[in-house]
Write a protein that binds this ligand. Structure first.
Ligand code: ADP
Ligand code: MG
Ligand code: MG
Ligand code: K
Length: 349
């Protein structure tokens, strides 16, 4: 029989809508001779809803699916829905970005349910979601990174943090909430006044902040796939449409251009692929992750920016495009991710 592939989408994050688009694309692309596709949407309030309309559409010979799924249909109880009826094998594909999806919380629930799921486990998901903790662990393994400082709310006044930042990092700097994505809460500060504002702004999103020197560099990303023996795709470059790769650029006007493969000397491509798989293993990732770098030409070379354990997955997203350019089609990528999820689950249980 076919494997039940439970596609989890939506969620409480700023990337809710992106996730709904991704889910529609995955349903359209996945091989229906292999999978019984069960789309389950999570509302911004956290309710789980099985999309019956999409399930009915998928039963047709030529399914008419929307461009974007909705968390609409029958409300379901999460653990019961994951388990399904009888003992049909199930794999869960969490297509959720940011907090309560990519940060280990949903992964913890899936561990308790004892089902295989695509992507990283609890520790790695939480680690990669927290920019400060990820940097600390990566630094311990000797991974090159930009200069940065951490700040916890309540441990000092904004004015003294402004002073400390300028003394230690200079200007301009990037101020980020530790636990977020999609550029939400992030700003670039060019002077002391902007820095104070950037700190106050980021503190609305998290009680831990990361402040980094602003590097002048190219942005290069590598898709990694695998469990204990991960493989790297060709590298791709992002050319932001504005001063940095912000939310608008990512999802609203799509002004950023993707260059695949990135134009790099062969030795540098090899180097960044090797770094990407090392980082993937260092941060205990499994299944998939997109490892994002700054490439400081003529300077320090490769600097890790961040790791995203549930990278953007629409047809236009970097992660699947990098694999396509490396010889793995979108449907084949889904198959491989499902296989990796099953393998990891079999080893661990
Ligand atoms: P997110 O997880 O929200 O994507 P990032 O840390 O990747 O957060 O930052 C978003 C974007 O901001 C990056 O893609 C890059 O364009 C810019 N940026 C972030 N940090 C720096 C930095 N230290 N120097 C230069 N640009 C940066
Ligand atoms: Mg991110
Ligand atoms: Mg990023
Ligand atoms: K991240």
């Amino acid at each position: 029989g076919r494997l039940r592939l439970l596609v989890l989408f939506g969620g409480a994050s700023a990337e809710h809508d992106v996730s709904c688009v991704t889910a529609a694309h995955v349903l359209a692309a996945a091989d229906r001779t292999k999978y019984e596709l069960i789309p389950v949407g999570i509302t911004t309030g956290g309710t789980w809803i099985r999309n019956d309309k999409a399930i009915a559409a998928l039963a047709e010979a030529t399914p008419a699916l929307p461009d974007s799924l909705e968390p609409a249909g029958t409300e379901v109880e999460p653990l019961a829905e994951i388990a399904g009826e009888g003992d049909r094998p199930t794999v869960v594909l969490p297509l959720l970005h940011g907090p309560h999806g990519e940060d280990g919380t949903v992964q913890g629930m899936l561990e308790l349910a004892n089902v295989p799921y695509v992507g990283s486990g609890v520790l790695s998901s939480a680690l990669c979601m927290d920019k400060a903790m990820a940097k600390i662990v990566a630094a311990q393994a000797g991974i090159p990174q930009c200069r940065w400082i951490e700040f916890r709310a309540g441990t000092g006044e904004t004015a003294s943090l402004v002073e400390r930042t300028i003394a230690e990092l200079g200007l301009p700097v990037f101020v980020k909430p530790a636990n977020l994505g999609s550029s939400v809460g992030i700003s670039k500060a060019h002077d002391a006044a902007e820095l104070a504002e950037a700190i106050e702004f980021a503190l609305r999103y998290d009680e831990v902040l990361v402040i980094e020197e602003a590097v002048t560099a190219r942005e290069v990303e590598v898709a990694v796939l695998g469990n204990l023996f991960p493989e790297a795709s060709v590298a791709g470059e992002i050319r932001p449409g504005s001063e940095f790769y912000d939310y608008e650029d990512k999802y609203v006007n799509g002004a950023a251009a993707l260059v695949i493969p990135a134009e790099l000397p062969p030795a540098e491509s090899d180097r960044v692929q090797e770094l990407a798989t090392t980082i993937f293993s260092t941060l205990r990732c499994s299944g998939m992750a997109r490892v994002d770098f700054f490439y400081e030409e003529g300077g320090r070379g490769w600097l890790l920016n961040e790791v995203n354990t549930i990278p953007g997955f629409t047809a236009a997203s970097m992660y699947p495009k990098l694999w396509e350019a490396s010889g793995l089609s979108y449907p084949a990528l889904i198959d491989r991710l499902v296989e990796l999820a099953s393998e990891r689950h079999a080893i661990r249980s």
